[in-house]
Ligand binder design. Structure first.
Ligand SMILES: Cc1ncc(COP(=O)(O)O)c(C=O)c1O
Length: 319
């Protein structure tokens, strides 16, 4: 048994999206609400952090350290998980430092995290330096990887897939569609789909080229196979990644993202986010319109969270 701290609200709900399905004239749509995992406004990192914090505590760490963008959901949830477990938290965020804190960055501060600003190209160096300095000053730091994406984080999504199988039992969808970026979520879902022979998993890349994301997912899934002592052979060709929707790049919202955010809000009262789930939903809508899914198929959109990003100054002005 892997060490785990239980703070997620599980199982997350699965709802139908009848109005959205009808308005798109498309497949039956379901949604899995991992935006409501319960830790400081929820999101997919909550599940991963249960294992990552479990590992940190089992190693007697007294602080956690991680990194991400200025509006990182992963960092906000890491700060919350650390607070929940009584550990210190330092976040190395890629600047420039905003003039006024808002959305996720505001929440990082509220949750008591210490922030170190860096540039993208010196991010890994800044992280390493912060880790070493923490150790020298007498702390026991634990490094949580970018996006919480290693075998431990992916294991949480291997389990989440099983949670979904139990919930839907005889009414399984044909496809699961979701936002994929640092690859941990997809690695866990993909491996579980292979082991349990359930619905296929399609990651809509938020920012990564197809081959690179597929390779990352394959690597993490391979590490998870090792961690669990499974026999499964990972074949990267079977990992479905669609990188058609990365647009101008990470965090730069485009018209497709905007339309999807408005559609989910107006048709179903569901809030997506401007960076990840809006983009994945935009991809889903486009795939439906292009006839990617067959008539009569059922598609589950896995909502991975990120909703606080809606309130970042730049996006409020832009949506
Ligand atoms: C809201 C949201 N959705 C999806 C993802 C992507 O998950 P992963 O990094 O496991 O690919 C992230 C990662 O930060 C996220 O914050």
């Amino acid at each position: 048994m892997l060490p785990r701290v239980e703070f997620a609200h599980l199982p997350t709900a699965i709802d139908h999206l009848p109005r959205l399905s009808r308005s798109l004239g498309g497949p039956e749509l379901l949604i899995k609400r991992d935006d409501q995992t319960g830790l400081a406004l929820g999101g997919n990192k909550t599940r991963k952090l249960e294992y990552l914090l479990g590992d940190a505590i089992s190693q007697n760490a007294d602080m956690v350290l991680s990194t991400g963008a200025a509006q990182s959901n992963h960092c906000r949830q890491t700060a919350a998980a650390a607070a929940r477990c009584g550990l210190d938290c330092t976040l190395v965020l890629v600047g420039p430092e905003p003039e006024a804190p808002s959305a996720n960055y505001f929440l990082d501060l509220l949750l008591g995290a210490k922030i170190i600003w860096t540039e993208k190209r010196s991010r890994d160096l800044a992280l390493e330096r912060t880790f070493l300095e923490a150790g020298k000053s007498g702390a026991s730091p634990y490094l949580i990887p970018y996006g919480g994406s290693n075998a431990l984080g992916a294991y949480a999504y291997y389990q989440a897939y099983q949670e979904m199988l139990e919930q839907l039992n005889n009414e399984l969808p044909d496809w699961i569609v979701f936002a994929s970026s640092s690859g941990g979520t997809q690695a866990g879902l993909f491996l579980a789909s292979q082991v349990f022979k359930g619905p296929q998993v399609l990651g809509i890349s938020v920012d990564e080229p197809e081959k690179r994301l597929r390779d990352t997912v394959a690597r993490i899934a391979g590490d998870l196979v090792g961690l669990l002592g499974l026999e499964q052979v990972i074949n990267p060709e079977q990992i479905h990644v669609d990188s058609s929707y990365t647009g101008e790049g990470y965090g730069i919202m485009n018209e497709r993202d905007r339309e999807a955010i408005r559609m989910f809000a107006e048709a179903e009262g569901i809030l997506l986010d401007p960076v990840y789930t809006g983009r994945a939903a935009g991809g889903l809508v486009d795939l439906i319109r292009r006839g990617f899914f067959e008539k009569g198929e059922k598609v589950l959109f896995w909502h991975t969270g990120g909703t606080p990003g809606l309130f970042a100054d730049r996006y409020i002005r832009d949506i």
